[in-house]
Design a protein around this ligand. Sequence first.
Ligand SMILES: Nc1ncnc2c1ncn2[C@@H]1O[C@H](COP(=O)(O)OP(=O)(O)O)[C@@H](O)[C@H]1O
Ligand SMILES: [Mg+2]
Length: 345
Amino acid sequence: MKKTTADVLPAEGGLGDTPLLAVEDLHVEFHTRAGVVRAVNGVNYTLNPGETLAVLGESGSGKSVTAQAIMGILDMPPAVIPEGRIRFRGTDLLKLSDHDRSKVRGQRIAMVFQDALSALNPVFTVGWQISEMFQVHRGMSKRDAMAKAVELMDRVRIPAAKQRVNDYPHQFSGGMRQRIMIAMSIALDPEVLIADEPTTALDVTVQAQIMELLGELQRESNMGLILITHDLGVVADVADKISVMYGGRIVENAPVHEIYRNPAHPYTKGLLESIPRVDLKGQELYAIKGMPPNLLDMPSGCAFHPRCPYRQDDCVSDSPQLHVIGGARSSACHYWREVLDGGNE
Ligand SMILES: Nc1ncnc2c1ncn2[C@@H]1O[C@H](COP(=O)(O)OP(=O)(O)O)[C@@H](O)[C@H]1O
Ligand SMILES: [Mg+2]
């Protein structure tokens, strides 16, 4: 591993063996009056250029908090990061000064949020909002920046971009507004794009179009893309690999097709069986029984044990570590072999 120095901005250019982004043993707590909320409890994932990582898990599993830690937009306090590293091109972002961090945020690592309507300013035209990125960060003239805004609106396939650049956010549909947000996020050619549930507020056909667009932009620019979702159904065609989160930890990492064919964690298996399937129409959907863990008072042993059909005594006492089970796959289940054997085939 390349030796890194704190307070030095991540290098540009070739990466060698260094991952583009590596989250290592990340912990995030919120110190609240009710107690310490353990939102992220040792997350590990890596991302390379041109790769799409889907981060999957029920609401409250720590997906967004992990992303906010990467972006450096957590309010600290109440958030505390007691342990972990976020290496971007080998440099630990957690060790950078605020000034250096702000040069990475939005420019080299960018983010798209779920709610495009509240993220856009209703009183400015979309062209103004996109062009501001170029004026502020690239020192462009107003006129040049506006031309770049039209170019970007074209790139995210907004029809009649030249005419619509002077329209206001409310004049666009939800899907088009999300395209505008995506245009703003890629304006400065980031190396990593994090999309946090970018399609949750949209209807199904528009969801698919936005996913397709993200995939296209990623291929054109060779970005690393982190796609956060609670819906396994939407990422199958776009993602290269999947990290499944539960209770603030990664419980399974796998290449996308292997996880669909044969999950190695009971939680992943439950999520897969919860996807509606056309061929099983009329049958009752399997849903994972029980509730997500209370992050103020985590269960002993494996956090999933109270809901797990594979539970044995040691699951209540010993927390299973995420370990490699072959190839690019890892699972945090003592009984991953049994889960695999009873797979979906
Ligand atoms: N500012 C905060 N104060 C206290 N708890 C928080 C705060 N932000 C997030 N959390 C908690 O952290 C947990 C993980 O949240 P989040 O990462 O947003 O989940 P998700 O997987 O749905 O994106 C949740 O239980 C949430 O309530
Ligand atoms: Mg979230």
